[in-house]
Design a protein around this ligand. Structure first.
Ligand code: SAH
Length: 240
């Protein structure tokens, strides 16, 4: 009998932000195929809380040789496990459909005749700024937001500081992004916050402007994972 795959969002790294459906599927699973970011932390927290999961856990974020499993390998693994009749949970950091390649995995499994359930997760794009008291919208301050990957160079973006910009995977390209956005309508004095390791032990908030943030990030040795928020909403952040 064919098994199944559930694409479950683990949230940003706090078991409290896993959905009830997600937890139920983890409890029923035979195998959990887990990402490093968010997913592993949530599994460790569940274990520490005494939640016993009988599933085998396969870590595709980092193997003993420290090489992450390439996407094709993950797709093939999900199909192979489910075709062998196992109930598979693919546990992904944040939300599976936000820079998570979740739909690709779903398409690949469905093409092989494997039923797939998608369980949304709390995305770090929204939840990580929230730990610093930063909302992406606020009446009279920002009416809309854009979430971008820092993997691709930032181009022209709509709106000014009232249109919040959130960068995921944006630490390495921060200097370039800040330069491009600062040269536009937002200008160099537009507030910026970087929230590192949201919900984690290294959680730390760095606040500056488009003109100062690259320098600040370098001097404070800001590291991934981090969410960068750009716009007037940053001024609403909670004091440390
Ligand atoms: N699907 C995920 C995003 C995957 S891209 C989601 O919806 O959250 C990975 C990026 O997410 C990281 O580079 C970082 O920018 C961000 N991220 C995820 N978890 C984070 C955390 N706990 N703290 C800070 N940034 C995080």
């Amino acid at each position: 009998m064919t098994g199944s795959v559930a694409l479950v969002g683990a949230g940003p790294g706090d078991a409290g932000l896993l959905t009830r459906r997600g937890l139920q599927l983890l409890e029923e699973a035979d195998v959990i195929v887990a990402d490093r970011l968010g997913a592993r932390t949530v599994l460790a927290q569940l274990a520490a809380e005494g939640v016993h999961l009988r599933a085998e856990v396969i870590d595709v974020g980092k193997l003993p040789g420290h090489h992450p499993v390439p996407q094709d390998g993950i797709n093939a693994l999900l199909v192979e496990l489910a075709a062998a009749g196992r109930r598979v949970v693919r546990l992904k950091g944040g939300d599976p459909f936000v820079f998570g390649r979740g739909r690709e995995e779903q398409q690949h499994c469905e093409a092989a005749g494997i039923p797939v359930e998608v369980v949304s997760g709390v995305t770090s794009a929204i939840a990580v700024p929230a730990v610093a008291g930063i909302p992406l919208t606020y009446r009279g301050v920002a009416e809309s937001f854009t979430v971008l990957s820092g993997h691709d160079p930032v181009g022209h973006l709509p709106g000014g500081r009232d249109h919040t910009v959130v960068l995921l995977m944006g630490v390495h390209t921060l200097g370039h992004s800040a330069h491009v956005l600062g040269a536009g309508e937002r200008r160099l004095d537009c507030p910026v916050a970087i929230i590192e390791d949201g919900y984690g032990e290294r959680q730390r908030v760095t606040v500056g402007t488009l003109g100062t943030i690259a320098h600040l990030a370098a001097s404070r040795q800001v590291r991934s994972p981090a969410v960068v928020v750009i716009g007037d909403v940053v001024a609403l952040h909670t004091a440390d």
